[in-house]
Design a protein around this ligand. Structure first.
Ligand SMILES: Nc1ncnc2c1ncn2[C@@H]1O[C@H](COP(=O)(O)OP(=O)(O)OP(=O)(O)O)[C@@H](O)[C@H]1O
Length: 248
């Protein structure tokens, strides 16, 4: 039940490597990925989603890889991805765009259409289902992207900053959704929001300059805070500061 990165290296164009021989094993259904701006979190997520291909090394989910066209289709059915930027398709309604995500993953049009209603309900977006997708606000677009990732039944969902731009009510909706999701599927969430880590996740990975500088349970992470005072939020901030050196 694991996501494996074995010796994975990646660089954009001819720039310096973002990941250089990264080894990482994630086998907890509720994992959060932390790290400063530019650490390589989005790159790691896009590689795990097979949207980017490593220059060297191997990535697998439950022994599936995405190295050929055929294996990539099966891999992408198993692994859903919510990227940081959600692109609205101007001629589609919100529900059509969500259903389209299911169809891209191999669902029939009818099944994808049916599943899209449930996915929209789970992100509290049913009321906007018939609106043109490009007319949504930033936070609404993010929720539409999340609904797209929920439409087909995947085994692992990678979410890149899913709560960025969400109002407090929608963050709560997301937190509740996460709780139910992690009973059935594996979820890896990249975020900068550390205040409620313990409510939503069991496992923490901290990435800094393309390298894993911490991996362990939530309790283990908090134990590096160096203080018992200040509540969970301050402890998470202190533990985070213990591991990272800052923006790249
Ligand atoms: N399309 C791109 N072309 C060239 N370099 C890129 C591209 N995308 C990211 N980078 C670089 O790769 C490095 C890692 O970026 P990445 O977006 O993975 O970091 P991140 O940890 O997700 O950051 P943030 O928290 O700001 O989202 C950074 O140095 C960034 O400038």
């Amino acid at each position: 039940m694991t996501l494996h990165f074995n010796g994975v290296s990646f660089q954009y164009n001819r720039k310096a490597p973002v990941l250089n021989g990264l080894d990482l094993v994630v086998d907890d259904p509720a994992t959060v990925l932390l790290g400063p701006n530019g650490a390589g979190k989005s790159t790691l997520m896009a590689l795990a989603a097979s949207h980017l291909s490593p220059a060297s090394g191997r990535i697998s989910w439950r022994r599936k890889t995405a190295t050929t066209r055929r294996t990539r289709a099966a891999y992408r059915r198993a692994v859903a991805w919510l990227p940081q930027e959600i692109v609205a398709m101007p001629r589609l309604t919100v529900r059509e765009q969500v259903a389209y995500c299911g169809w891209l993953k191999g669902m029939s049009r009818a099944d994808a259409w049916d599943a899209s209603a449930d996915a929209l309900a789970r992100v509290d977006l049913t009321g906007l289902a018939d609106r043109r997708s490009h007319q949504l606000s930033g936070g609404q677009k993010r929720r539409m992207g999340l609904a797209g990732a929920l439409t087909h039944s995947s085994e692992l969902i990678l979410m890149d900053e899913p709560t960025a731009g969400l109002d407090p009510t929608q963050r709560l909706v997301f937190r509740n959704l996460l709780e139910t999701l992690t009973n059935d599927v594996y979820v890896i969430v990249s975020t900068h929001q550390t205040e409620d880590l313990a409510d939503s996740y069991r496992h923490v990975v901290v990435l800094d300059r393309g390298a894993v500088c911490f991996q362990g349970s939530i309790a283990d992470f908090y134990s590096h805070a160096g203080t018992e005072n200040g509540g969970r939020r301050k402890q998470a901030e202190a533990a985070y500061a213990h591991f990272v050196r800052g923006e790249v």
